[in-house]
Design a protein around this ligand. Structure first.
Ligand code: PLP
Length: 296
């Protein structure tokens, strides 16, 4: 089921850029979206190799990873369970997870921290249960993400990607090294204090020469936004036709444009952005947007 993949590279027509491209991982699947598809590919293979047919994972109530796991499980005729952080809520994301057949267990924030023991307590006796860490963070996930680089037909001087755990970034860096490219990997941590991403990446890749972290584009922290970021999303989406989300891709695209204004790039640069998907995350922020109308 992971054989066919649709993720074209497109040019983004946005002044003053004439060298800005996007890898449309958001088009791979609406629900097994973007980097979550990449991350789950080899995790699923491992589960199948071990003949496990019950995926058990972890995430917040608006986690793109939960939805991706639910959808992948349904497609592969597996069952899925998610431990959802915090008190019981209902939202669009969890509705979709439920439609894909995912069993949800709400768990208070304290107990949620110890994922291994939650798994053991609830599914220790279930021989079919397969543990998948929050966000799919794992070595297998980096292997799937490295394949983004295998698919590129041309060299780029810069690649940009948003980071939460840094697993996707580690995979991209692996891919760049595998192909002996000189490409700079520009990573935008979406959390405050994003320097920790470097340590995360070092767990999987020892050579971080090509890595550049831009830690000032978190807009207050994980899932935090500002009016400036919200108005950026509207402007960017309406002028490019590319939908972006406030948690990840908007912060990355904002960074690219801000760095351009600060003369970060040269005329010879060729910039590839990774659209890592996750568009359902917009629904977690719907109160930040106002529907505009014009009275004539
Ligand atoms: C989860 C996610 C990321 C972050 O990926 P990490 O591997 O955790 O760094 C980036 N973009 C989108 C859209 C995501 O859903």
């Amino acid at each position: 089921m992971f054989e066919k993949i649709y993720s074209p590279v497109e040019q983004i027509k946005l002044a003053p850029f004439n060298n800005l491209y996007v890898k449309r991982d958001d088009l791979i699947d609406p629900f097994i979206s973007g980097n979550k598809w990449r991350k789950l590919k080899y995790i699923l293979q491992s589960a199948e190799k071990e003949a496990k047919n019950h995926l058990v994972t972890f995430g917040g109530a608006y986690s793109n990873h939960l939805l991706a796991t639910a959808a992948v499980a349904a497609k592969a005729s597996l069952t899925s369970t998610a431990f959802v952080r915090g008190e019981r809520v209902e939202n669009e994301m969890l509705l979709l997870c439920t439609l894909f057949g995912m069993n949800l267990i709400f768990i208070d924030r304290e107990a949620y921290k110890d994922k291994k023991s939650l798994f053991k307590k609830h599914f220790g006796d279930d021989k079919n249960a397969y543990f998948i860490d929050e966000g799919g963070a794992s070595l297998q996930a980096t292997l799937g993400c490295a394949e983004i680089i295998d698919e590129l037909l041309e060299p780029y001087t810069h690649i940009f990607c948003a980071a939460g755990t840094g697993t996707t970034a580690a995979g991209l860096l692996k891919g760049i090294l595998n192909h002996k490219l000189k490409t700079k990997l520009n990573i935008i941590p979406v959390l405050k204090g994003g320097d920790f991403i470097k340590n995360e990446i070092s767990k999987y890749v020892s050579n971080t020469e090509n890595l550049v972290l831009h830690t000032d584009y978190h807009f207050g922290g994980y899932a935090k936004t500002t009016p400036e970021l919200i108005s950026f999303i509207k402007k960017f989406t309406s002028s490019t036709g590319l939908l972006i989300d406030p948690v990840y891709t908007a912060k990355m695209f904002y960074a690219v444009i801000d760095l351009q204004k600060n003369n970060y790039f040269t005329h010879n640069d060729k910039i590839l952005t990774i659209h890592s998907g996750g568009l359902m995350g917009i629904f977690g922020m719907k109160d930040k947007f106002t529907i505009s109308s014009t009275i004539k």
